[in-house]
Design a protein around this ligand. Structure first.
Ligand code: NAP
Length: 248
């Protein structure tokens, strides 16, 4: 028997033995369908990149005409619309079967009722679609949490306490929606593009306030997606390796 025929025979025998033992070759993991709101933004794009690296299928919800340059060259799909228009959100869910939703939007015009306006419609759609987890990026100081930081002079910043109140309303909508959720409260963000330190970690201690990078937030977000340990939790982030304010 020449070498080639012997090699072929050995391979066939090995395959038959494997199947016979019930050890069929492992199937490739099925990609998860993830909707990222705010995926064109600084934090959102970091999250999108990391989801794609691990094989997830990502749809980014974005307003028509918005800047998509952070996602150039990436294999994402887009759902166009304005979050404040419930019909646009409904259409995104009607046209797709999302298993996971990540909310990484930021109020861009200071609207103090932004989260109160869009989260009821979004969470109702997510619930009806059977979404397995919604990760909501909010802010330290949301709702009653602001009382933990009463000595920071936030009342002197015009509109800040109103926006934090809205963040609190938003969190309550997420918690009461019936959709499995994780809330990540961020704050004191280092400039866009700062590389991850790898030192950031979640804490459920809601008196923690400190700096963080968007890249680390993205790492933590992706680690949490599909992770039962994160469900029903509200996290602050602690990164002892960063100073505040960032060095110039
Ligand atoms: N930046 C800060 O100083 C700061 C501080 C604390 C917490 N945070 C939190 O960090 C997260 C992300 O902040 P970021 O600075 O990375 O965001 P960002 O770069 O400003 O991006 C904002 C995103 O929000 C989306 N968005 C805003 N209004 C929308 C609407 N009406 N419909 C659809 N999409 C809308 C935008 O999408 P399109 O333009 O594509 O439509 C954009 O992708 C948020 O949870 C924010 O609350 C930020």
């Amino acid at each position: 028997m020449n070498h080639l025929r012997r090699t072929l025979l050995i391979s066939v025998v090995a395959l038959v033995a494997t199947l016979g033992a019930g050890l069929a070759p492992a199937a490739a993991p099925v990609p998860r369908e993830v909707l990222v709101l705010g995926g064109t933004g600084q934090l959102g794009a970091e999250i999108v990149r990391r989801l794609l690296v691990q094989g997830d299928r990502v749809t980014v919800f974005t307003r028509p005409g918005s800047d998509r340059s952070r996602l150039t060259g990436l294999a994402v799909r887009y759902a166009e619309g304005d979050l404040l228009n419930e019909a646009d959100v409904a259409a995104a869910f009607d046209n797709n079967r999302f298993q996971y939703v990540v909310v990484a939007v930021r109020v861009l015009d200071g609207d103090p009722h932004f989260y109160a306006k869009f989260l009821p419609g979004l969470t109702a759609r997510a619930k009806a679609a059977g979404v397995a987890q919604l990760i909501h990026h909010g802010a330290v100081g949301a709702g009653r949490n602001a009382e933990k930081f009463a000595n920071l002079g936030w009342e002197k910043v015009p509109g800040l306490l109103d926006r934090l109140k809205d963040q609190g309303v938003g969190e309550d909508i997420v918690r009461g929606s019936g959709v499995p959720f994780t809330i990540i409260r961020n704050t004191r963000l280092y400039p866009d593009g700062t590389p991850p330190t790898g030192k950031a970690e979640f804490t459920e201690d809601d008196s923690v306030i400190g700096p963080m990078t968007r890249a680390d937030l993205a790492v933590l977000t992706v680690r949490c997606l599909g992770n039962a340990d994160c469900l029903g939790k509200t996290f602050h982030v602690r990164d002892p390796s960063l100073a505040w304010p960032p060095p110039r």
